[in-house]
Design a protein around this ligand. Structure first.
Ligand SMILES: *Cc1c(COP(=O)(O)O)cnc(C)c1O
Length: 453
């Protein structure tokens, strides 16, 4: 981080003020998403450096950004500029990666429910595919045909069943996870070995152990299990048939402070210590980090429309709720967010004479649970102030939830590293208009139901 003169928190404050000055939010645009370009670049460079430090020289490494963490074409392009590829899990995500100019050799397709058409397209384009289950392997058999090796690298996802983390919904390596071939189930391991023996074109093994909430040791244990399986398969077939291990993503993010912990470097070094053979040059590597590359570079800014009190409880009604912070609203204990208070000009709000006040920060959605924070100690908010939801760069404002037909907010990247103190903005996505909402909600079929009789 030493190459960036201004610390992330200072850049964030500059950006909040500048966003108001530039009119990116105001009475007509009461909520906006901001992305710190320097932060994203630093995270991507840090990831590459972390693995460069541990792999044998010349090892092919593809860092494929998990597109679902920020499904925004300019973000994918920025990451591609920084040397990253894309991990995609749907035709939409694949199209976004291609629109960003990411070439097929730098794209990996995972998803538990790929259709035949999706598989055929991926193979035709030369995109790496990780099959999820035996039935998908059967489909690949039919598509690959006999004799001709496929143009795309093909692999199999396994579930090492090492257990879950603190967030069940994001733990992919539990005994009963829906992902991959469950390796410890009776007969499964022998089946996997046979599947590779019978398919010389199957050259990769994939394991994504979990996401937020999984301890690093658990993730490393899962990668170790995948590595040991690859070794067993290669021994059985008598050659290095598995030439690449895809170790997934899942590095957790610290949502409690500006500290970046754990870092990619810590994880890479833990992997080196836990699975030394992984990095000795016999295996190419694919990683699929999402959240850890971008979460800390995102900020939602929302206007406080009203403040009120109910049953003695102060409530700030803002324009950021479940439509943006979906996980936080529906699972507040698993996904707490830091909230900051700014005045109407985007300057950090000072505490009043009485000190901070315990407040609820509510969103605009019409259900009682639409709160991004409850009983949070903040300077007393007033109508017209702004609130900031920190660390929201991944999985928040890019994955909109269309409740109440609330529009997707505009998203802008910012650069606050200039020596002149100026903050420059670039549009990532324009705010959605009401006309667009009406059009995508069936406007052209308005009479469709009435005419059915
Ligand atoms: C979601 C996902 C990732 C990214 O997970 P993060 O926690 O965002 O790093 C990587 N690989 C697969 C297969 C995934 O489903």
């Amino acid at each position: 981080m030493t190459s960036i003169p201004v610390a992330p928190a200072a850049r964030r404050e500059q950006a909040a003020r500048a966003a108001v000055e530039h009119g990116l939010l105001g009475p007509d645009q009461p909520v906006v998403g901001l992305l710190d370009v320097a932060g994203i670049r630093a995270a991507a460079a840090g990831l590459r450096a972390a693995f460069d430090e541990v792999v044998a020289p010349g090892t092919p490494v593809l860092h494929a950004f998990a597109v679902k963490a920020a499904a925004l074409v300019p973000v994918l392009r920025l990451l591609a500029d920084e040397g990253l590829g894309c991990e995609v899990a749907s035709p939409g995500e694949l199209a976004l990666a291609r629109a960003a100019g990411v070439t097929p050799d730098r794209i990996v397709l995972d998803s538990p429910a790929k259709t035949v058409a999706e598989l055929r397209e991926a193979l035709a384009l030369g995109i790496a595919v990780n099959a999820d289950n035996p039935q998908e392997l059967d489909r690949l058999d039919a598509l690959v045909g006999h004799g001709t090796p496929p143009a795309a690298p093909l692999g199999l996802r396994v579930n090492p069943q090492v257990g879950g983390g603190s967030i069940g919904a994001l733990s992919t390596a539990t005994a009963t996870s829906k992902f991959g071939v469950a390796l410890l189930d009776p007969g499964a391991r022998a089946w996997v070995v046979r599947a590779f023996t019978e398919r010389p074109w199957l050259t990769r093994l994939h394991a994504h152990v979990g996401s937020q909430g999984c301890p690093l040791e658990l993730m490393a244990a899962g990668i170790r299990a995948a590595y040991e399986l690859a070794e067993e398969i290669n021994r059985t077939v008598g050659r290095q048939q598995i030439d690449t291990l895809d170790i997934g993503g899942g590095l957790p993010v610290n949502f409690a402070s500006d500290e970046i912990t754990p870092g990619h470097r810590e994880y890479a070094q833990l992997l080196r210590d836990t699975v030394p053979g992984l990095f000795d040059g016999r295996y190419g590597l694919v990683t699929e980090f999402g959240r850890s590359l971008i979460a800390k570079s995102g900020l939602v800014l929302a206007r406080v429309e009203y403040t009120k009190s109910a049953g003695g409880r102060p409530i700030a009604v803002t324009h950021a709720g479940a439509q943006l912070a979906t996980r936080t609203v529906f699972a507040p204990d698993a996904w707490p967010l830091r909230v900051t208070a700014y005045d109407a000009q985007g300057r950090p709000k000072a505490e009043g004479d009485g000190g901070p006040v315990l407040q609820d920060v509510a969103g605009p959605c019409c259900f009682a649970g639409d709160l991004v924070a409850s009983g949070r100690s903040l300077p007393e908010l007033a109508a017209g102030d702004l609130v900031g939801l920190l660390d929201t760069g991944a999985y928040y404002f890019s994955n909109h939830f269309a409740y109440n037909s609330l529009p997707r907010p505009g998203i802008y990247g910012f650069d606050a590293t200039g020596a002149d103190g100026e903050v420059r903005f670039a549009t990532v996505r324009e705010p959605q208009t009401v006309d667009e909402i009406v059009a995508e909600s069936g406007a052209k079929h308005a009479l469709g139901l009435s005419r059915l009789r």
